[in-house]
Ligand binder design. Structure first.
Ligand SMILES: Cc1ncc(COP(=O)(O)O)c(C=O)c1O
Length: 534
């Protein structure tokens, strides 16, 4: 049997009933019908413009763009390669509805640039807007600015008069950006806790304790209310008593030293290493007296302290080591996870930490069975049924545990993302003014809880960045020995030259896994402008 042969109808021109203004240039082949294109506009090859579309003057419609019915584009616009408009609102979910009574209009203002391969749903876009490549615009845009992403959101505001940048707000951290990526998991975890009324202890808390102990590679995780309590509970477990001396770093958050005092011990500060800001092992021995019982190294900003020499000093003098890992989830030293070196280690899950709860939470990890039992009893009223001692109530809520457990699988990828942000900062800030970017000590891998630069012009730079909408933080405004809380120790700057010098030079720049590259560039551009005086 002969196959039927269908002859295609070849149209001599893909242009039908188009109203062209003056000096319009069109590169064939195109498919343009029943539309209007204003003066001096350009239409590239493989463009489709459907009926009732109106395109203003001096517009550039680049190759492969698709402009559907009910779209109106103002003057001086650029519709880049492969950009497409959609007029079907997909009202019932599913595929395009096809019912033209439901189609909705799209209006694009003047001076709008729509990026390559972006998708514009039926919306209204005001004048002076830039839509980034690949963006999906799902809502009306009423403010001049640069928009990107899916769904598109404002990255920078633009000043319509000269289209120069005005305020770009770069937050120090954006916890909501992370929530948006895992919303379903988090909402499900919260709902489960509520459905089960598992608010205190219970399967979610135990589940997270087990998962975190496995992640760190230790036998026990004793959860508690926050990282500060974790230090207190651990030190009580290690037997600190009035008059005992505990050595810790001069650069840290105050919880580390404050909890030494709360156990009745005496704080002994040690200066830090000039490269990593972590406790300087070379100075440890000079701080040891007959009353010294332990050392608390802090893995500051996300980088491990130099554990080998610290452990060696501790061993020589019969001291315990308690690692403060509040800022260093998943950081390694010589390939080994922080939290596995000392007798115990503490973590904070404060919301902005690398693994953060939606409120306060913390824990202690250890391989010591007896210590773990004692700490668990101490944190929970001295034992549930039989109160073996007077103690405290410091528990991790079921809600926080469920949230942490839902977030835990993402921690490795978030850590990688933090490193990528840090490395991009490193390369873009290289050679600018006197800026020193964070240095990573030998055998360590930084997890960049904070990205802390140093410059002699710190205060002026902070003010400049603030004026450019960039949030920065001082971690910390003073080295611990110089806070009023430690005035009683009467320390002098020359006792802690590195920590003292750092306090006027350090500046933490915004860092979080989802920090958009545009925002990062805004930060580095502004640092450059500050030092180049432009
Ligand atoms: C080094 C260090 N230790 C301890 C803590 C205390 O943790 P939390 O805020 O959970 O009490 C923090 C928190 O910022 C910290 O950074």
């Amino acid at each position: 049997m002969n196959e039927p042969i269908f002859e295609p109808r070849i149209l001599s021109s893909g242009i039908r009933d188009v109203r062209f203004g003056q000096n319009v240039r069109v590169v064939q082949p195109v498919n343009l019908y029943e539309c209007a294109i204003g003066d001096e506009s350009f239409v590239g090859p493989f463009v489709e413009i459907q009926r009732n579309v109106i395109i203003g003057n001096r517009c550039k419609i680049q190759s492969h763009a698709f402009v559907c019915e009910l779209v109106t584009i103002g003057d001086d616009c650029v519709i880049s390669h492969g950009a497409k408009f959609i007029n079907d609102p997909f009202v019932i979910g599913g595929p395009a509805h096809g019912d033209r009574r439901l189609w909705r209009r799209t209006r694009v203002g003047n001076h709008v640039s729509i990026g390559t391969n972006s998708t514009i749903l039926p919306v209204s876009i005001c004048d002076h807007v830039v839509i980034g490549a690949g963006a999906v615009v799902t809502k009306d845009i009423t403010e001049p600015g640069i928009y990107a992403g899916n769904p598109a959101r404002l990255l920078r505001r633009l000043n319509p008069n000269n289209t120069a940048e005005t305020t770009v707000n770069v937050p120090f951290v954006d916890l909501n950006a992370q929530y948006r990526t895992i919303r379903e998991d988090i909402d499900r975890a919260i709902s489960a806790v509520i459905a089960e009324s598992a608010y205190i202890r219970g399967p979610h808390v135990e589940g997270f304790e087990g998962a975190w102990a496995d992640t760190v590679g230790v036998k026990h995780c004793v959860s508690c209310a926050n990282g500060t309590d974790a230090l207190l509970i651990a030190m009580r477990g290690l037997g600190v008593k009035p008059g005992d001396e505990v050595i810790t770093a001069a650069n840290s958050w105050i919880s580390t030293s404050a909890m030494i005092t709360q156990t009745g011990g005496r704080v002994v500060f040690c200066d830090v290493d000039p490269v990593t800001f972590t406790i300087d092992p070379a100075q440890l021995e000079s701080k040891i007296t007959s009353r010294t019982v332990g050392i608390i190294p802090v893995h500051l900003y996300g980088q491990a302290a130099d554990m080998d020499p610290i452990m060696a000093v501790a061993e020589r003098h019969g001291l315990w080591v308690l690692e403060d890992c509040a800022q260093a989830h998943l950081a390694h030293y010589k390939g080994r996870m922080v939290g596995t070196f000392g007798a115990a280690a503490t973590f904070s899950f404060y919301p902005s930490k690398n693994l953060g709860a939606y409120g306060d939470a913390g824990c202690i990890v250890t391989n010591d069975d007896q210590l773990a039992d004692w700490m668990a009893a101490f944190a929970r009223h001295g034992g549930k049924n039989e109160h073996v001692m007077e103690a405290i109530n410091s528990r991790m809520d079921g809600l926080q545990a469920a949230i942490l457990k839902a977030k835990l699988p993402h921690l490795p990828e978030w850590t990688k993302a933090r490193r990528r942000v840090a490395w991009e900062y490193d390369s873009l800030l290289k050679g600018i003014g006197d800026v020193e970017t964070p240095q990573v000590g030998a055998w360590r891998d930084h997890v960049y809880h904070l990205y802390v630069i140093r410059t002699e012009r710190r205060d002026a730079l902070k003010a400049h960045l603030g004026a450019a909408g960039i949030a920065t933080v001082l971690n910390y405004p003073k080295a611990l020995p110089f806070y009023p809380a430690y005035a009683y120790l009467d320390h002098k700057p020359e006792e802690f030259p590195v920590a003292y010098r750092n306090q006027s030079r350090i500046l933490s720049l915004p860092i979080y896994p989802e920090l958009p590259s545009d925002m990062l560039h805004h930060v580095t551009d502004q640092v450059g402008r500050f030092f180049n005086g432009s």
